[in-house]
Design a protein around this ligand. Structure first.
Ligand SMILES: *[C@@H]1O[C@H](CO)[C@@H](O)[C@H](O)[C@H]1NC(C)=O
Ligand SMILES: *[C@@H]1O[C@H](CO)[C@@H](O)[C@H](O)[C@H]1NC(C)=O
Ligand SMILES: *[C@@H]1O[C@H](CO)[C@@H](O)[C@H](O)[C@H]1NC(C)=O
Ligand SMILES: *[C@@H]1O[C@H](CO)[C@@H](O)[C@H](O)[C@H]1NC(C)=O
Ligand SMILES: *[C@@H]1O[C@H](CO)[C@@H](O)[C@H](O)[C@H]1NC(C)=O
Length: 258
């Protein structure tokens, strides 16, 4: 870990935490035949996106899974050059000490990267996530008010794109990028105004719970932002301020040093 310490920036509205769960259509259905039993090893699964693109994901079913009890669904996206099983080990969502109840899904990016990375044009990972939500909702007993997204670096960037998407922002309850790489599509590396660059974002819900973790000693996706791979990375404080402004919280902030 390159982190000397973590900044965590949290915008959370307790009113958003719904006490009402919503059962998905998969409640009452037996697990898919090829699926390992609850608590078993995570299962590598082939998946065809609705546009025909072949994909894979790794899925973990908690040992206490009961087909009649809706559970959270957590998406955890790997970083560039990494893969689904490495993200499983890194994020620990298949470790029941950390995640006793939720189904954890580790999708695999094409060429080990995600939409949002500067050379990823034509890849529809937002569509992939949308298709997976429908797929899991039909086959597993999911609480559709507790679908979450998190990811590392390029996977954190995808998490940010999901939060900014008009459809996915209403289907996923909360978003937590880690060391997020928030490349701005089509921006330029050379005149990257890290504090003012326009961040395209059209969530269809307000406010949205969002948490960003970022190491101040991150030399890959720097906290202060900058040009990278021909595109502009906003400074992390600018990215967070844009969320705060969008959600109507203004720019007062609370800084905590760990
Ligand atoms: C998944 O897809 C790969 C590549 O097409 C294939 O080799 C493998 O047999 C498939 N696995 C299953 C369980 O269908
Ligand atoms: C991920 O990468 C590791 C290390 O290269 C490899 O051992 C593992 O099989 C890969 N997993 C997948 C799902 O490709
Ligand atoms: C699960 O997490 C606990 C608590 O951090 C840790 O002690 C344990 O080694 C982890 N298990 C695995 C398999 O990584
Ligand atoms: C939202 O979903 C609808 C229905 O699937 C689709 O037609 C539309 O293009 C999507 N909007 C965005 C912004 O992706
Ligand atoms: C928020 O905190 C950061 C870090 O200490 C500081 O640079 C910035 O000026 C603060 N913004 C406001 C509006 O107080």
């Amino acid at each position: 870990m390159v982190f000397s310490f973590l900044y965590s920036l949290l915008l959370l509205n307790p009113l958003l935490v719904s006490s009402l769960s919503a059962n998905s259509a998969g409640c009452g259905r037996d697990l898919p035949a090829a699926q390992s039993p609850p608590g078993g090893p995570s299962h590598q699964t082939n998946f065809t996106q609705s546009d025909g693109t072949p994909r894979t994901y790794l899925i973990h079913i908690p040992s206490n899974y009961d087909k009649n009890t809706p559970v959270p669904l957590i998406f955890s996206f790997h970083g560039k050059h990494k893969n689904s099983s490495e993200q499983e080990a890194l994020s620990q969502f298949s470790n029941e000490s950390w995640n006793p109840n939720g189904i954890a899904v580790y999708p695999q990016g094409l060429h080990n990267e995600w939409e949002g990375y500067p050379d990823s044009s034509g890849v529809d990972d937002i569509g992939f996530v949308s298709d997976m939500i429908s797929h899991f909702s039909e086959r597993y007993c999911i609480d559709t008010t507790r679908i979450y997204a998190t990811g590392k670096s390029n996977g954190g960037g995808l998490t940010g794109l999901l939060a900014c998407d008009s459809n996915l922002s209403t289907q996923i309850a909360a978003f937590a990028p880690v060391s997020g790489a928030f490349y701005i599509d089509g921006s330029s590396s050379s005149d990257c105004d890290v504090q003012h660059v326009t961040i395209p974002c059209s969530p269809a819900r307000n406010p949205i719970p969002i948490l960003e973790f970022h190491g101040s000693a991150d030399h890959t996706i720097p906290y202060p932002g900058g040009g990278r791979r021909g595109e502009c990375l906003p400074s992390i404080p600018h990215w967070v301020r844009e969320w705060s402004t969008r959600e109507g919280y203004g720019l007062t902030n609370k800084t905590t040093q760990l």
